[in-house]
Design a protein around this ligand. Structure first.
Ligand code: 5AD
Ligand code: SF4
Length: 441
């Protein structure tokens, strides 16, 4: 029988990256082999993002390119999943005529039957229903051989309704997976060689709320810490309002919990934070940062920042800069505010001009680059424990590992160390990585 090939392109966040891994795993059971050659593909899936306008544009332009392949190969099946698909539903077929399949964020587990229908009945399919079950996130994706780190989704959806954000509309209400399902998945991953897990959810701090009595997030981490074979635990993303003292303490108590937290602050102005419906003040945020640094002195703190939210006056923006100067994040993802249909911020007055947003973003990014480099330079000469992930992207002869604080270190090694924890001395710091030398003492 002829091989069937699947090409998946992923846009957006880690959640989407992991959803794509799950799609590939499910379709492997139906005989599809992955390819990174578009021309070879029998099935092309785009896992889309619509958090900002730019992300949606990228999807449309990619679909234009892919459409040409269908003219040469009418048997080719083209599908779109993820947030933009959830948002547009059947309208996606009208906008992009060569699409066969539109599936939403809760429908990954139904991919095999949807693809069979497209094939057998040659009809266009849309499925963007929300379900109360967690079938879509419970699919086991066996890691690629040699991988040491894996994502594990612990919850889906979000109830926060930050004024700018479409996620609660596109991923539905918050729902936590049962702890026993999470443990079973991690044990399987360990059997496949995984040493590090990153627990994924839009707001992991509220894990367990939908389960009634049971484990909260800190208790979940501690139980995962007891699974033998797991050496490192990470999580993403935390909402500052819900970051509990108990979880902050966990950084000091649970040895396997890595010294890194991604804690999106969004703005340094209390007025803007209130308009964003974030539920904390800058002072409350900074208190949590101080506490984290007191209990875990080497912790790396990363964040997200939005500039040009409606009504952000020059002094609000200046407060963001002041906050960055005070906190000195290890790194940040920063974005120009992008208006999304149906969100509360869409109705706000005081929209900021695009060129002003660009000016603010450039400044924020330049300041962050300076802070990131300073933080990296401070590590020169220090000893760091790495979990070795494999070959370095920079050079075939180097290996790459990450520090507990999530920084990339490239180093030379004669022996194959993938999956091992090694100590290296940091010899040189760059903006996006560090260089190290194996410490053989
Ligand atoms: N415009 C700009 N940035 C946004 N984010 C979410 N929604 C928007 C939007 N409408 C950013 C936030 C969030 C990150 C994942 O994306 O900073 O933390
Ligand atoms: Fe969006 Fe806020 Fe939920 Fe994060 S917490 S996904 S920014 S609504």
């Amino acid at each position: 029988m002829k091989n069937k090939y699947l090409y998946i392109q992923t846009f957006g966040c880690q959640m989407n990256v992991h959803d794509s891994e799950q799609m590939a795993a499910l379709l492997a059971q139906c005989g599809y082999k992955m390819t990174d050659n578009l021309k070879l593909a029998d099935l092309i899936l785009l896992n889309t993002c619509s958090i900002r306008e730019k992300a949606a544009h990228k999807v449309y332009s990619e679909l234009g390119r892919i459409g040409k392949l269908k003219e040469q190969n009418p048997e080719l099946i083209i599908g779109v999943g993820g947030c933009l698909a959830q948002h547009l539903g059947t309208k996606f077929h009208k906008r992009v005529v060569h699409l066969d399949l539109v599936f939403g964020t809760h429908n990954i587990h139904r991919l095999p039957e949807m693809i069979a229908s497209v094939k057998n009945e040659r009809e266009k399919i849309t499925n963007v229903d929300f379900y109360k079950s967690l079938n879509s996130i419970g699919i086991y994706a066996p890691p690629v051989k040699g991988t040491v780190s894996a994502f594990v989704t612990i919850m889906q959806g979000c109830n926060n309704f930050c004024a700018y954000c479409v996620v609660p509309y596109l991923r539905g209400p918050e729902m936590s997976r049962k702890p026993e399902d999470i443990f079973a998945e991690i044990e399987k991953l360990v059997d496949h060689g995984i040493k590090e897990v990153t627990l994924l959810g839009q707001n992991v701090n509220s894990y367990g709320k939908t389960l009634g009595k049971g484990l909260n997030f800190t208790a979940l981490i501690k139980k995962i810490g007891k699974i033998s074979g797991i050496e490192r635990i990470r999580f993403m993303t935390s909402h500052p309002r819900d970051l509990s003292l108990e979880l902050i303490n966990c950084f000091a108590e649970e040895e396997k919990l890595c010294e890194h937290i991604h804690l999106p602050v969004q703005s340094g102005s209390n007025r803007i934070l209130a308009l964003m419906n974030r539920g904390y003040t800058v002072e409350e945020y900074m208190k949590k940062v101080d506490h984290l640094r007191k209990l875990s002195p080497h912790i790396s703190i990363t964040s997200d920042i939005i500039v040009g939210f409606p009504g952000e006056a020059q002094n609000d923006y200046q407060e963001t800069i002041d906050m960055m100067e005070k906190i000195r994040f290890d790194s940040t993802f920063s974005f120009k505010y992008s208006e999304r249909k149906g969100t509360a911020a869409q109705k706000l007055e005081g929209k900021i001009e695009e060129c002003e947003k660009s000016r603010r973003l450039t400044q924020v990014q330049a300041l962050q680059d300076h802070h990131t480099l300073q933080a990296n330079l401070a590590l020169e000469g220090s000893l760091q424990e790495l979990l070795v992930e494999g070959k370095s992207k920079n050079s075939e002869n180097d290996l790459m590992g990450r520090t507990s604080s999530w920084k990339i270190v490239n180093f030379k090694s004669e022996s194959e160390l993938t999956g091992k924890r090694v100590n290296v001395k940091i010899s040189k710091a760059y903006l996006h990585s560090l260089r190290g030398k194996i410490d053989d003492i």
